[in-house]
Design a protein around this ligand. Structure first.
Ligand code: GDP
Ligand code: ZN
Length: 304
């Protein structure tokens, strides 16, 4: 008996999402609109999915989601874990000369990247403006081992360097609203992206709404995920103890800590605490670590 062959079933990559509406890229590169079979499946940008065309319909149907290599997650307002993107290689955290950098947000994203075991860059945009080049802070990240790119999406300074870092990878671009993420993407692709166009105008909902997440191909290969709806971010940690794994320099210093099960907070003689006192660990980064530990504890108590 010949093997069952379903020529219509296919594999695809999710390239844009708005709620339960999806845009997916087929193996031949064509993009189609899709909806999701049932209520259980929750595909996100970056997912590999199984998909089939629907007879007499514009939409395709997503019938399965592959196991993920990693996912960027956060707790939503009700404390439930929400996945922002899947199968990501690199996190591009943007801060800028204006609005005033919130380094705690930067640290939270870096912590998430660390826990996904992927690399990350700190991109400092709008260097064409006065308002402090943040050289000291950037040096802290360089010393820890992060890629650091001062740039200007307006003048173009540093954009080539950023493009090289992003080449051939699937990255996600994150950071405070207004730091210039959209402008940087436009500069990288040399065109204006139209987020709402990612979901076809042929779908009823698409016209009135913006996408919650979209993946844009880069000219030199690779792609970048933009989630314009994400205003604030806290990594979803299973326990506060995991927070120390999210800070490279704290993880390193923790190996020298003579206490097992040390929170590295107030324990006298803790190697991490001492590192922050001598300046070997940036006191500001240490502060971020402590805030994340406390945030996670609150979350665990339902006080978030
Ligand atoms: P997003 O919210 O992070 O996507 O930020 P946008 O890309 O929408 O940019 C916010 C504002 O900053 C816009 O008015 C941009 O024109 C401006 N902007 C972006 N990049 C630069 C830059 O490198 N220099 C200056 N001076 N302004 C920029
Ligand atoms: Zn300790």
């Amino acid at each position: 008996m010949p093997a069952v062959y379903t020529p219509t079933m296919d594999r695809a990559t999710v390239t844009a999402t708005f709620s339960r509406r999806m845009r997916v890229r087929l193996p031949d590169g064509a993009e189609v609109d899709a909806r999701i079979k049932g209520k259980r499946l929750k595909p996100v940008c970056g997912d590999t999915v199984t998909i089939e065309p629907l007879p007499d319909e514009h939409d395709w149907l997503i019938t399965g989601v592959d196991e993920r290599r990693n996912e960027l997650t956060r707790p939503n307002a009700s404390g439930r874990i929400e996945v922002l993107a899947a199968n990501v290689d690199y996190v591009c955290v943007v801060a800028a000369a204006a609005p005033k950098p919130d380094w705690f947000i930067v640290d939270r994203y870096l912590c998430a990247a660390e826990l996904m075991s992927i690399g990350a860059a700190v991109v400092f945009n709008k260097v064409d403006l006065d308002g402090g080049p943040a050289a000291g802070e950037l040096e802290v990240y360089r010393r820890i081992g992060y890629d650091v790119v001062p740039c200007s999406a307006v003048s173009g300074a540093g954009i080539d360097e950023l493009a090289t870092l992003l080449e051939g990878r699937r990255s996600i671009i994150v950071g405070q609203s207004g730091v210039g993420k959209s402008t940087i993407i436009n500069r990288l692709i040399g065109a204006e992206i139209q987020p709402t166009a990612a979901i076809s105008h042929k779908t009823r909902e698409g016209r009135h709404t913006t996408v919650s997440s979209t993946m844009i191909p880069l000219p030199a290969g690779g792609e970048i995920i933009d989630s314009p709806g994400v205003r604030d971010y806290a990594p979803a940690l299973q326990s506060a103890a995991i927070a120390s794994q999210g800070f490279r320099e704290i993880r390193r210093a923790a190996q020298e800590c003579r206490f097992t099960n040390c929170w590295h907070l107030r324990e006298p003689g803790c190697a991490v605490k001492e590192g922050a006192e001598t300046g070997e660990i940036s006191p500001r980064r240490y502060e971020s670590y402590k805030r994340i530990v406390n945030l996670t504890r609150k979350l665990a108590d339902g006080r978030y």
